[in-house]
Structures are given as structure tokens and as C-alpha cells.
Design a protein around this ligand. Sequence first.
Ligand SMILES: [Zn+2]
Length: 188
Amino acid sequence: MLQCLPQTLKLLPATVSQTLTLSITAIACLLALIPPAAAQSIEKWDQKTKIVKITCQDYYRRPVLNVRNDTLNDVAFSDLLRHRGVHMGPMIIINYRILATLSQASQKFFITHECGHHALGHLYFRPPGLQAEKEADCYAVRTLIRQGGFTLDDIENVQEDMRKFARKTPFHPSGERRAAELLKCIEY
Ligand SMILES: [Zn+2]
């Protein structure tokens, strides 16, 4: 982004064509400062396995890879795929064994929560913590409602599962507190 600054500021060229070229560069640089439009997420319910598949995009609109790991000590976890220390892309590691035990509403919610971490750029810009978790919870509930078909009954379902399963960690509030906060996400 810093290389944009001289071009943005240096708008005193000798010719009209130079003015035009530099203006276009300046506009392109300014547009690059605007965050990308909200990332998309698409869900599919597999009638046979009773498991929801959700594909989503991260803050930079890159596809988020779903990786199965049934030894994960949680339902799902967001990370950046690394190869020899180089970031290869965003991913969600999912324990499908645990996921399959949850209601359809909770499956959608917990995977969309992970999509939220990626879509909001948490893995790039925000240290893990209570605030990031709250934002991802709100992202999930708002996204699912906006997409349609996610009702207050579904939210109650999620709250029930949160109270039962969500563990308190240094980065996560208790399931009871998360459940209580959930409805505040849709109070405008
Ligand atoms: Zn989270």
C-alpha cells in the first residue's frame, strides 16, 4: 500500500496523458483501501449423512477450505493452511463426528461462526479473544437470518447446545453467557 502514496500524492505531471495515468493509479490505490464486499457463504444439507456442508469465503474473498479431523477436541476450529511456513489459504478444521450429534440449526451456526472468523479477517487483524468470539457469534446469527429460513426456534436450539457443550476457555466465554448474548446480536 505504501507504494501507492507517491503516485497518489504526485499529481503534478507534465502532460495530460501522464495526468490521466496517475489519476487512474491514484483511484485504484484509493479503491484498494476499501474492504472487500461481505464474503458469501453457501450451505447444503446432506439428507443421507445429516451433516451440513457450508462453503464460505474469507475477508479477501478467497475460498475457505473445509478439512475433516475427527480427533479435534472441539466441533470446529479456524486456521490458516501453512506449507513450509508459508500461508496457503484459510481453512476450517471440522470434527464431523461431533458435528453429526448437533441439531441442523447448531451445525449451521457453529460452522458459520468459523466462517465469521475468516470473513471478518480475525486471523489477520485481530488477536484471539472474547471480543473476536462475540463478533463471530453475531456474524453467524445475522448471516443465517439474512439468508432466510433461520428462525427464533433455531436460535433457541443453538442456545440449548451452547449451554450443554460450549466450554469456557481463555478465549471463549461460558456456554451460558454465549447463549445469553446471542439474542443481543439481532437487537438493533
Ligand atoms: Zn470462534
